[in-house]
Every structure is written in structure tokens, then in C-alpha cells.
Write a protein that binds this ligand. Structure first.
Ligand SMILES: Cc1ncc(COP(=O)(O)O)c(C=O)c1O
Length: 333
């Protein structure tokens, strides 16, 4: 794959580690060997997957002459935290539109990412009702800023457009490079599937590197039947942007909806178990909204025997731990 045709800011500073999770593998019965790719350790305040996507999206904004970034997310959005973080580093203004997906959950003095938005110098935060048309809301903010003489650039929710998804196609290539150097053969990769850029990008990267490793997307908000078409469309568009011949086959996109629990961002028992297991066995912090549910999916699939005995399974850790502090009651209950 050729990424040199796309502007990039160089936020990554090298490869994120791939580590074995021997204790967790043993705690789950020792039937499969678990590994983790530590994208939670990416640069940008408190790390996480959006740094890879913003490496391309902010470069596009700067190339287009923007001086202001507008983006959106849920009230504990890691994407908004990292967009604010990179905007601060670049000397760009950052404006957020926050969606209150769970009625009554926004608190002006909230903890976790919500607190970090302010610390990272976000200029304005506007909270809108769950189910609002977020692109239309961001366009409203853009019109106001343009009228005030600014040059705004909209990064879509989760930076999940083909430009942002390039970040995860590049991650797949980085991962294959590491695995080849380590001489480690991975049989399955487990990734989050939310706004879909991470999942779609990884699928594209697996095809683009001819890796032949199946990618399992664990949904964090929707049932599989609702999630898969969006992931597939984004994967096709990203493959086209990259000029990958032959495109993406439909069955390369596989989602699991059964680990969403009661709904997006709402705690589930298996999420709490997964967060506690990762912390106790591997000293790795997950988050309650995304990676805790994805890890619940990983654990659930291992327990169900979805991976053959002896398989090497890699979990992509996409960050998010600041949100843990907004859920203390869940973990202390
Ligand atoms: C920590 C974390 N993991 C995973 C995801 C899901 O990634 P994507 O939106 O690319 O599907 C998000 C999205 O915000 C996230 O914050």
C-alpha cells in the first residue's frame, strides 16, 4: 500500500508494542494464546486509536488552510479528547458538538474525558440531544465560525471517513511488519467496531498486505446486522482511495453484536469482568464504553470455543482509559 500520496502529520513516533498476554491466556483455560497490540500507548493526551486517524485528517485540514477544527462525539468521547489534544499541539482552535446519547448523562462538571476537554483548551462545547443529525449540527457551528472570519474544518464523528480509516490500514501494515520481524504467526485479530474507521481500516490493511488473517469486529453500539453494512461501505471507499485492486469482499467484514449489553456506553456484567480481568492479570487498563466491551467479546469468543485450540489471537487495544474515572460506581458496586 502506498500512503505517501496522502498528507500526514507524523504523530505516531514509531510502532506500538505487540505483547503476549500469558496470564490472561492461562486464566481463560490456556486453550488459545492471546496477544495485544498497544494502541492505548499511542501519543496524544492519554493515547488511543484516534491518533492514527487524526494523523491523516488534521494533515488534510492543514493542507486545506484550516485554522479551526470542529468535531463531534458522545459526552465521554475519546475521539473528542484526542482531536482537542492534536488541535492544541498544532495551534488550531477546537470546537466540539457533544451528543447526549443517554438522556440526563451530561454533567457540566463531569469527570473523565469531559474534564479533559477543558484542560486541553477546547473553545466551545455544545451539547445536543441523542439522535441529532451530528453533521448538520457541526455545519451550524462551521457557519457561525465562518461568519466570524474563521476557516473551520469538520472532522466527522470518530474520524471515520476514508481519510481517517487510512490510519488503520497503515496500522495493519505496521502490525504485519512487526509480526514478520518477530516471527509470530497470528490466526485471528479482534478489533472494536463503533464509528467503524478502525474496523474498516484494519480490513482494508489486511487485504492490502495480503495477510490472510480474519478480522473480528466487536460492536459497541449496534447489532451486527446494522453495523456490518456501514463497515463494509467504509472499507470499500477506503480501498478505493488507496487504489487497492479488486476491492474488498463482503465476507471480510464480520461483526458481533452480542457484547453491546444494554446499549452504547451502558455497563454490562461481562464488560466489568473483562476490565477487572485485564487489570488483575495483565496490568492493562481498558475502558467501560469501548475496549471493555470489545474485551468482553474476546473473552466470550474464547469461552465459546470460537477459535481453534492453540490459535494465536491478537486483541487491538484502542485506548479510552480516562472514561474509567467517570464510572467509579460501576466498578465499586
Ligand atoms: C477507546 C476507543 N476504542 C474504540 C473505538 C471505536 O473505534 P471506531 O470509532 O473507529 O469504530 C473508540 C471510538 O471512539 C474509542 O474511543
Amino acid at each position: 500500500m502506498n500512503f505517501t500520496k496522502f498528507p500526514r502529520r507524523g504523530y505516531l513516533q514509531g510502532q506500538t508494542p505487540i505483547e503476549p498476554m500469558k496470564n490472561l491466556s492461562k486464566a481463560l483455560g490456556g486453550k488459545v494464546n492471546l496477544f495485544i497490540k498497544r494502541d492505548d500507548l499511542l501519543p496524544g493526551a492519554s493515547g488511543g486509536n484516534k491518533t492514527r486517524k487524526l494523523d491523516f485528517c488534521i494533515a488534510d485540514a492543514i493542507e486545506k488552510g484550516a485554522d479551526t477544527i470542529i468535531t463531534c462525539g458522545a459526552i465521554q468521547s475519546n475521539h473528542c479528547r484526542l482531536t482537542a489534544s492534536w488541535a492544541a499541539k498544532e495551534g488550531l482552535e477546537c470546537h466540539l458538538v457533544l451528543e447526549e446519547r443517554v438522556k440526563g448523562s451530561y454533567k457540566e462538571d463531569g469527570s473523565g474525558n469531559n474534564f479533559l476537554f477543558e484542560l486541553l483548551g477546547v473553545k466551545t462545547k455544545r451539547v445536543v440531544e441523542g439522535g441529532s443529525n451530528m453533521m448538520a449540527e457541526m455545519e451550524k457551528t462551521a457557519a457561525e465560525l465562518k461568519a466570524a472570519g474563521k476557516k473551520p474544518y469538520i472532522v466527522p464523528g470518530g474520524a471515520s471517513n476514508p481519510i481517517g480509516a487510512l490510519g488503520y490500514a497503515a496500522c495493519a501494515e505496521e502490525m504485519m511488519d512487526q509480526l514478520n520481524t518477530m516471527g509470530l504467526s497470528i490466526d485471528h485479530v479482534v478489533v472494536p467496531s463503533g464509528s467503524a474507521g478502525t474496523h474498516a481500516g484494519m480490513v482494508v490493511g489486511m487485504v492490502g498486505t495480503n495477510a490472510g488473517i480474519p478480522v473480528h469486529g466487536i460492536d459497541v453500539s449496534k447489532p451486527a446486522a446494522d453495523q456490518e453494512p456501514g463497515v463494509y461501505k467504509l472499507a470499500q471507499d477506503t480501498a478505493e482511495l488507496l487504489g487497492i485492486k479488486g476491492g474488498i469482499e463482503r465476507d471480510a467484514v464480520k461483526c458481533y453484536g452480542e457484547y453491546v449489553g444494554p446499549g452504547y456506553s451502558l455497563p454490562s456484567d461481562d464488560m466489568v469482568e473483562a476490565v477487572k480481568l485485564f487489570a488483575a492479570e495483565e496490568a492493562i487498563l481498558l475502558d467501560p464504553v469501548y475496549t471493555g466491551k470489545v474485551a468482553a467479546g474476546l473473552i466470550g469468543l474464547v469461552r465459546k470455543g470460537a477459535f481453534p485450540e492453540g490459535a494465536n489471537v491478537l486483541f487491538l487495544h484502542t485506548g479510552g482509559s480516562p472514561a474509567l474515572y467517570a464510572y467509579l460506581d460501576t466498578f465499586r458496586a
